[in-house]
Design a protein around this ligand. Structure first.
Ligand SMILES: *Cc1c(COP(=O)(O)O)cnc(C)c1O
Length: 441
């Protein structure tokens, strides 16, 4: 019936689709709703750790596997757990922490999505992949595409460029384009949208790409594999909310196996004050996303420490999006300020022994507050999704170098004409040496 080990269901119409016959990385194929994967294999039987992320390949929409991946690692906390008085605190760590077997060389769970998205693409993919990023996604895709010779354009705000470091060499098929000046992540998304609309280029799709969501859902698969059960509570810092939607979908998939009871873990989603549009929208109680006006958003984003959480247009009200995930799980949201996040990050490092990415520290602060307020009971089981960490450790162990942009594009040049000229130039320069030209560019 279906040519692959999964099918895709449109959450609006219920139509079931074969991924083979869809445009690849079909961001728009479902119109106003998400597509969701259904895997032929219903049982949850993860493979051995040496398969990296692909130990969960039964539940990933991938055509192939790529070398160098690592799955999230889950362990039972002792020090932080006893400090908080929790008897069953499980930490799912995505980042670099050799003692725990975590070798994500770009430091965050964005590697889970990059190894999934790129493995969904066949090796002769006809377009150059275009990915917008605040920094962490750029690092992850730069690594995976460099190691596998996949043509990529990554678009990042100029002022976030310091986040674009790498451990290994950057392949010549990878181009870095920066949105100039005070451009933020949303400006990078606009610029990436223009590039992706050009012939020969295609969008990665963000939250709409099922490979991205199912890749991130492996954090929950890792936790449930270690815990043997679905946790009562799930804590994560959110920007786009993609990771949280993925966590909920992984939970639903586990319930469908029949082996995990009926529990839906409560999603506790945290943002970094004063930029917390998901929190503010959820407080408002309706499916309608409450946007923050552009100038106000720029001011607020400049104030937050966890820059990767600065997404102005998360998939909130869309069918199958953040609102539905929070509704279905009796979820909560919160806004954590910089000082609470810093303190939580320091506490975590002292007790657990690894430095945290600033966004991960936001989630730790939210957990601390939830225990204090009594929302989380001492004997309840908790999954703390530590979405990134070990940067300092990586700096000590490996040769980390800064990646320079190939072009810096000012906002007044964000037009199809201008951008198409820039891309033609950028790709023409190397035409003699690169392995494959973008058709039509
Ligand atoms: C991207 C990111 C987040 C937020 O994930 P979303 O899926 O965008 O909500 C949290 N922590 C880290 C370290 C990240 O890189």
């Amino acid at each position: 019936m279906f040519s692959m080990h999964y099918s895709l269901t449109c959450l609006e119409t219920g139509a079931e689709l074969d991924d083979e016959s869809l445009p690849l990385c079909n961001p728009a194929a479902a119109g106003p709703a998400f597509l969701r994967t259904t895997y032929l294999k219903h049982e949850f039987t993860p493979g051995p750790a040496d398969r990296g992320l692909y130990r969960f390949a039964d539940w990933l929409p991938v055509r192939r596997t790529l070398a160098g991946s690592c799955a999230p690692v889950t362990y039972r906390s002792e020090a932080l757990a006893s400090r908080l008085g929790l008897s069953r605190l499980f930490i799912t760590f995505s980042g670099y922490w050799p003692e725990r077997g975590a070798y994500m060389l770009t430091g965050t769970f964005k590697e889970c999505e990059a190894y999934s998205v790129c493995a969904r693409m066949p090796s002769e993919y006809p377009q150059v992949l275009v990915v917008a990023s605040a920094g962490n996604t750029a690092r992850a895709f730069t690594r995976v595409c460099s190691e596998n010779g996949i043509p990529l354009v990554v678009v990042i705000p100029e002022r976030n460029l310091s986040a674009l470091w790498a451990v290994g060499p950057v392949h010549r098929n990878v181009r870095v384009v920066a949105a100039a000046g005070d451009s933020d992540y949303s400006d990078a998304i606009s610029l990436a949208g223009i590039i992706a609309s050009l012939p020969g280029f295609g969008p990665e799709g963000g939250a709409r790409n099922v490979a991205r969501r199912d890749g991130m859902g492996t954090t929950v698969l890792s936790a449930v594999d270690a815990m043997g059960a679905i946790p009562d509570h799930y804590f994560q810092a959110v920007g786009s909310g993609t990771g949280a939607i993925a966590a909920w979908e992984a939970n639903l998939r586990l319930l469908a196996t029949g082996g995990y009871g009926k529990r839906k873990m409560r999603l506790h989603l945290s943002q970094n004050a004063p930029f917390a549009p998901i929190h503010e929208s959820w407080q408002g109680g309706s499916r309608t996303f409450v946007p923050i006006d552009e100038d106000d958003a720029r001011v607020r984003i400049a104030l937050i420490g966890a820059k990767v959480l600065a997404n102005r247009n998360p998939p909130y009200g869309i069918r199958g999006g953040i609102y539905d995930a929070l509704r279905d799980t009796d979820g909560t949201t919160s806004a954590v300020d910089n000082s609470a996040a810093d303190a939580a990050g320091k506490l975590f490092e002292r007790l657990e022994g690894i430095d945290l990415e600033p966004a991960a520290a936001v989630a730790v602060a939210d957990l601390i507050a939830a225990v204090r307020s009594g929302m989380v009971k001492r004997d309840e089981s908790v999954m703390l999704n530590v979405t990134g960490g070990g940067y300092a450790r990586l700096q000590r162990d490996r040769d980390v170098h800064q990646v320079m942009p190939h072009r810096i594009v000012p906002r007044n040049r964000f037009t199809v004409d201008s951008v198409s000229g820039i891309m033609a130039e950028l790709f023409a320069r190397e035409s003699g040496r690169r392995t494959r030209a973008p058709a039509g560019a």
